[in-house]
Design a protein around this ligand. Structure first.
Ligand SMILES: *[C@@H]1O[C@H](CO)[C@@H](O)[C@H](O)[C@H]1NC(C)=O
Ligand SMILES: *[C@@H]1O[C@H](CO)[C@@H](O)[C@H](O)[C@H]1NC(C)=O
Length: 532
């Protein structure tokens, strides 16, 4: 941190020397009425107030300045909101003024300036969102790809059973992202994409690139906040972004090219009167390539191109893998630390599923306590700690007038831990979401309850919500149905007396600071039940 401060200071001086006149005249021109703000330093604004976990720094500031305050990061104005009422005001009442998302230099480059998660609100974004939801994430598509997920769940459970048998530990911070990566990869690129051994290698390579990309997305790149800093790039982001982009592009290009080749071969076979390949389940990539060939549809109007296909694949990989895996990790860690909750969850599984088979996705709706556990996990560890938007027009909200291009942060994480919104906010207490609980009992994850926005809200709610809410409860359910979990006592990982440490690491998705490495202990002979 000391180094970062020094860096900021140096940047401040340099920009001051170069641009002081312009900067001053600029601040005098602004006529807007912004919420209260802490004392700002010249040029760097409020950067010096931010620690590595930004949602925590914002929470601390909200204790001093209230549920709405403004900051200036470099030359970028920001407002931070920390109450459900204001969250609703900005995300619902004034949704269309704050409908675009902030794109950092890293996100732009790595997603070919065409990200679904981050693109400005407009025809292109609407088009790819519709395609992604219809062909990949709608209930129909999610069911269509069911067998891919079932196979991956079995694969993981078998691995765990084998580890249990030989008393070996398992690194869940490695296996859960791998599972999610394989699932989303096969849903997008087809089953055979991971069948051959060279493909396994490629999947592994892709996983590492995805990891690096999400890491870069999560870091604060000072270049995003001031034109002069961008030229200097003292943190060396430019090169890392470029390297990651090139690696990603090489992988995705290969996948798309091979598929195009295959399609040509299949077409030749067809015209030669050959048997048509049985199209089992059409994956996302095939559907996208079909659209590209179709010269009449909406895809033409928005200028849908081959680069956009690569962008979507890259984007969906980075948006899905980490978030889902991290949610599962947090849920398991909380369960390990709360044995009474774990016991109660198992009773529910025994009652609903019995002991003749393993929890499946279709059990989800019949397991309200498990659902409550997942919600409670999302409350304390929201996959997206802050809903981040940028204003697309000047906007009057209450007594304030907020200029165009102001970044809005809704601090989900802090709202989820505020005693004004939640009883015993720091306790892990899933019962709060059950029938007969307090006013939070019927609350769902769909962005209608502004004290609880794990997937965001409104038009820009995470489109993967239904898939996630199918995967997470069933897999976490299966993992506690089949295994007891013993934590390795470790100073390095901070696990003392069988309790898992719950520190966070900086990132776009609040990952765990320490890897979750545990011994699975089989509760029954799983290897007999799982089909080989
Ligand atoms: C998720 O499911 C709900 C209800 O089943 C549905 O109304 C909603 O449109 C779905 N969302 C997406 C993004 O598919
Ligand atoms: C667990 O897996 C992660 C991701 O592959 C790796 O970075 C980490 O070093 C592993 N941790 C342990 C303790 O093996």
């Amino acid at each position: 941190m000391a180094l970062e401060l020094l860096l900021l200071f140096a940047l401040g001086i340099i920009s001051l020397l170069l641009f002081s006149r312009r900067a001053l005249s600029h601040t005098h021109r602004v006529q807007h009425l912004l919420p209260p703000s802490p004392f700002a330093l010249p040029i760097i604004g409020h950067f010096h107030l931010l620690g590595p976990l930004i949602h925590r720094s914002f929470q601390a500031l909200s204790f001093r300045f209230g549920p709405i305050f403004s900051l200036r990061l470099g030359s970028v104005p920001c407002i931070v909101v920390t109450s459900p009422k204001l969250a609703k005001e900005f995300l619902k009442t004034h949704e269309l003024s704050f409908v675009s998302r902030v794109q950092s230099a890293a996100i732009k480059r790595i997603t070919y300036y065409s990200s679904l998660a981050f693109s400005p609100y407009g025809p292109y974004w609407k088009f790819i969102k519709k395609v992604t939801v219809n062909e990949l994430l709608s209930s129909r598509s999610v069911s269509k790809f069911h067998s891919i997920r079932a196979d991956e769940y079995s694969r993981l459970l078998r691995l765990l059973a084998e580890r249990a048998k030989s008393c070996l530990a398992v690194n869940l911070s490695e296996e859960l992202p791998r599972l999610c990566h394989n699932i989303i990869g096969q849903m997008m690129l087809g089953k055979y994409s991971t069948a051959a051994s060279s493909s396994t290698e490629r999947a592994e390579e892709a996983r590492l690139v995805v990891r690096e990309a999400t890491r870069i997305f999560g870091e604060l790149n000072l270049c995003d906040f001031n034109m002069v800093w961008k030229k200097l790039d003292l943190q060396g982001f430019g090169k890392r972004i470029e390297d990651t982009h090139l690696k990603f592009d090489e992988l995705v290009e290969k996948v798309v090219m091979e598929r195009e080749q295959l399609r040509i071969e299949n077409n030749v076979q067809k015209t030669n009167g050959g048997e048509e390949k049985d199209e089992e389940v059409k994956d996302f990539l095939s559907i996208l390539l079909d659209m590209l060939e179709d010269e009449s549809g909406e895809s033409v109007e928005v200028g849908f191109s081959r680069v956009h296909i690569k962008a979507l694949i890259t984007d969906l990989f980075t948006a899905s893998t980490d978030t889902t895996a991290i949610a599962m990790e947090w849920a398991l860690a909380e369960l390990i630390n709360h044995p009474a909750v774990l016991e109660k969850a198992r009773e529910e599984i025994d009652r609903v599923v019995g002991n003749g088979r393993i929890v499946e996705e279709s059990d989800g709706p019949n397991l309200p306590y498990i659902q409550a556990i997942i919600k409670e996990t999302f409350r304390l560890h929201p996959p997206v700690p802050m809903v981040t938007r940028i204003s697309v027009e000047d906007c009057k909200v209450g007594e304030y007038v907020i200029p165009t291009n102001t970044i809005l942060f809704v601090n989900n994480w802090a709202i989820g831990r505020d005693s004004k919104n939640w009883e015993k906010p720091l306790d892990f207490w899933p019962e709060r979401f059950l029938e007969g609980g307090d006013q939070t009992s019927g609350m769902d994850v769909r962005g209608q309850h502004f004290q609880f926005l794990p997937f965001g809200s409104g038009r820009r709610i995470c489109p993967g919500i239904n898939l996630t809410m199918k995967m997470v409860p069933s897999l976490v359910g299966a993992m506690i149905q089949c295994f007891d979990w013993k934590v390795i006592p470790s100073k390095k990982m901070n696990n003392i007396d069988g309790v898992v440490e719950m520190d966070e690491r900086p990132g776009l998705t609040t990952p765990r600071a320490h890897d979750l490495v545990c011994f699975p202990v089989a509760r029954f002979n799983l290897l007999n039940i799982l089909k080989p």
